[in-house]
Design a protein around this ligand. Structure first.
Ligand code: ZN
Length: 208
């Protein structure tokens, strides 16, 4: 079976969404492109937005990763401006948003109403209450390697409806099949059903 890897940084994964790096050529497979909070260069932001817009082609699945990160040394107000602009681009090009968020979940939620497209929090690894608030606001959650060993996150996964889930390797080196098996176990469903559901979810977010 082919397992869809919702967010990764490796060039050799044919079935998934490759997150394009700043110096990459446009890949042949599906990709996402965005200005990560850590990469914001305030004095070059116009060029950065040109880079972003110029590289959105048909193969581009989503705008991102973009979002808010309280641990990077970029002014929060600037982060919010750059995030909002990327939400507007996502509205324009009608592609979903892959969100990077560190300790800024409620700020990210406050931007939800500005977006017309689906918003997916990638690498989600927080507790149930944050998940619930995100789900109430129509976010999707993409889970990664931490699900394999983090019991509290497994509980979060239990309460997350199947139609709001994606799975990803991000920049971790492990076999995504292991993650699919663990999630199928936690959800008490077969691998086939899980796989189909993920593909259905992809279909959903593609059509707004
Ligand atoms: Zn990533």
């Amino acid at each position: 079976m082919n397992y869809f890897d919702f967010h990764h940084h490796k060039k050799n994964i044919p079935f998934g969404i490759y997150n394009m790096g700043l110096s990459d050529k446009i890949p042949d497979s599906l990709y996402s492109i965005g200005i990560h909070p850590k990469d914001i260069q305030h004095d070059k932001i116009t060029e950065q937005f040109h880079w972003l817009k110029d590289n959105i082609t048909e193969n581009c699945f989503a705008v991102g990763e973009c979002g808010l990160d309280s641990l990077v040394p970029i002014d929060q107000k600037i982060q919010e401006d750059v995030f909002l602009k990327q939400i507007e681009i996502s509205n324009e090009v009608k592609k979903p948003l892959i969100i990077h968020c560190v300790r800024k979940f409620y700020e990210v939620i406050s931007f939800r109403k500005k977006a017309n497209q689906a918003m997916i929090i990638h690498g989600f690894n927080k507790k149930e209450n944050i998940a619930q608030d995100l789900l109430k606001n129509n976010f999707y959650l993409s889970f990664g390697k931490a699900v394999l060993y983090n019991l509290s996150l497994q509980n979060t996964l239990k309460i997350t409806p199947l139609n709001r889930i994606f799975l990803e390797t991000d920049n971790e080196d492990f076999d995504i099949a292991t993650l699919y098996r663990t999630v199928a176990d936690i959800k008490g469903i077969s691998l086939e059903v899980l796989n189909e559901q993920i593909l259905e979810n992809l279909e959903h977010i593609t059509h707004g």
